[in-house]
Design a protein around this ligand. Structure first.
Ligand code: ASP
Ligand code: MG
Length: 490
């Protein structure tokens, strides 16, 4: 059995939904398939904006809401013969529900979490019936299943925490009751708390839904269908030579996500930890194109796979002032603990003396504010910068990697303001100026030859032949591309 998850860009319109139907129709010829969908592209963002505006006192949310209603109805009219009165009613029910919830928020002037969750979940609850209607229209039997019927989660301090066992029980029970030829179309991002209230899994959480369901069903693989050809060796908009990485370990993928690559929701891989369920990242618009397989354990190789970047970061440099009281270090520790979810890298020299740490630029004000409140005084510099990371397995174990990258940057007179290594074997990161980031990415990508070996022919050929037996594909493709990768040729 396979789980196929389609993101917002894959279900953006009736036209893209048709691509989805073709992909799923082919998948069900071979095996049972479970489909997970996101909201139509941009819809969740619009719901977030509506809530924010209502909270800010704006009472004119109706035009925005009517846009959402008409967009879904317009796309519905383009599916099959366009005649889907039941789905049209579902759309009305959902949109009217959002309207009532917004009225409530507007009256009480605050948005309780359960209410906010119900509003945000509406995006997926609107998209799933559209997708299921498309399946039916093109001859694939389908049934909408709400994520809250399957995934159980608690509200934790850092967001929803999935209850793995309860989820497995519910999922197996609910889905095995379906006829074999019915494809469940499940609302991603949506779950229920133990009391049955809707809860959402955090932005981008449909990936997590797919992983959690994949684990619950012990399926053969989880396919994340998006609008790019898998995970690339560099940001493709900046580095034209960027290539699809045919295979990545979960640790590498997690580091790439952490250091800015648009890969997967980071918790998605954690949900599959300890299981040998590969995650495939594939392009809905190029189903026969290159793709990436992420495996929990991708072998024992060492080397660099990709260069990624967090474009806009705030760098804080702190020196303990000479006469500082004893608690200075403790106060700083407190701030770092408060903002730990935001910390990208931290470096500390002599005990409590000099510190450098990096956070996404958006978190910069909050960190500065916390430092001031906690009276962490002393010489402090805050700089805007970019963080570039070399990601792979044991990148540190082969010093030629960072050596060659630094040499190439130096030759092109790109200044490196900071270097962080050692806390993970999978990444080394460098600070460069935002103006030089594009050039730095290209130089590092080229100097490490990341574009020349990353593409694995065997994987692509198998898919073109229509035999998507990934088990066989990556066992062959993997070794071939790896052995070329790690000869430090110069
Ligand atoms: N629709 C949700 C979001 O935009 C969940 C997802 O797409 O993964 O965050
Ligand atoms: Mg997403």
């Amino acid at each position: 059995m396979r789980v196929l998850k389609f993101g917002g860009t894959s279900v953006a319109s009736a036209e893209s939904i048709k691509e989805v139907v073709v992909i799923v129709a082919r998948a069900v010829e071979e095996d049972r398939a479970v489909v997970v969908v996101s909201a139509l592209a941009g819809v969740t963002n619009r719901l977030v904006v509506l809530v924010d505006r209502v909270l800010a006192g704006d009472t004119k949310w109706h035009p925005g809401l009517e846009d959402i209603r008409s967009r879904h109805k317009q796309e519905l009219a383009l599916i099959g013969n366009g005649n889907h009165p039941e789905v049209s009613r579902v759309i009305d029910t959902r949109v009217n529900e959002i309207d009532r919830l917004l009225t409530g928020i507007s009256l009480i002037g605050e948005c309780p979490q359960v209410t906010g969750d119900r509003i945000l979940a509406a995006g997926e609850r609107l998209s799933a019936p559209l997708v299921a209607a498309a399946f039916e229209a093109y001859g694939v039997r389908a049934e909408v299943v709400d994520g809250s019927e399957l995934i159980e989660a608690d509200r934790g301090p850092d967001g929803a925490e999935v209850r793995v066992e309860a989820t497995a029980g519910r999922t197996i029970g609910r889905l095995s009751a379906l006829d074999r030829d019915i494809v469940p179309v499940i609302t991603g991002f949506v779950a229920a708390d133990p009391a049955g209230h809707t809860i959402t899994l955090g932005r981008g959480g449909s990936d997590l839904s797919a992983a959690v369901l994949g684990a619950a069903l012990n399926c053969d693989c989880v396919e994340i269908w998006t609008d790019v050809n898998g995970v690339m060796s560099a940001p493709p908009r900046v580095v034209r030579e960027a290539r699809t990485l045919p295979i990545l370990s979960a640790a590498e993928a997690a580091q790439m996500a952490y250091f800015g690559a648009k890969v997967l929701h980071p918790t998605c891989l954690a949900a599959l930890a300890g299981r040998d369920i590969p995650v495939l990242i594939r392009n809905t618009y190029q189903p026969a194109g290159d793709f990436t397989v992420v495996r929990q354990n991708a072998g024992k190789q060492v080397g660099v796979r990709a260069v990624t970047a967090v474009e806009d970061v705030a760098v804080f440099e702190l020196n303990r002032p000479p006469g500082a009281d004893k608690e200075w270090g403790q106060r700083l520790d407190r701030v770092l603990a408060e903002v730990q979810n935001q910390l990208l890298v931290v470096s500390r020299t002599s005990a409590e003396g000099d510190w450098t740490f990096v956070v996404p630029a958006l978190a910069g004000d909050r960190v500065a504010d916390r430092l001031a409140t906690q009276r962490v005084d002393g010489a402090m510099v805050r700089r805007r910068s970019s963080l570039l990371a070399l990601v792979g397995s044991s990148v540190l174990a082969q010093p030629w990697i960072v050596g060659r990258a630094l040499e190439a940057l130096g030759k092109q007179r790109i200044t490196v303001y900071g270097l962080f290594a050692g806390s993970t074997p999978c990444a080394i990161s460098l600070l460069v100026s935002p103006e030089e980031l594009g050039a730095a990415l290209e130089i590092v990508h080229e100097s490490l030859m990341l574009g020349s070996w990353a593409n694995a022919e065997p994987i692509r050929q198998e898919v073109e032949n229509g035999k998507e037996k990934i088990e066989r594909v990556y066992s062959g493709g993997y070794r071939q591309c790896r052995s070329e990768a790690h000869s430090p040729a110069a």
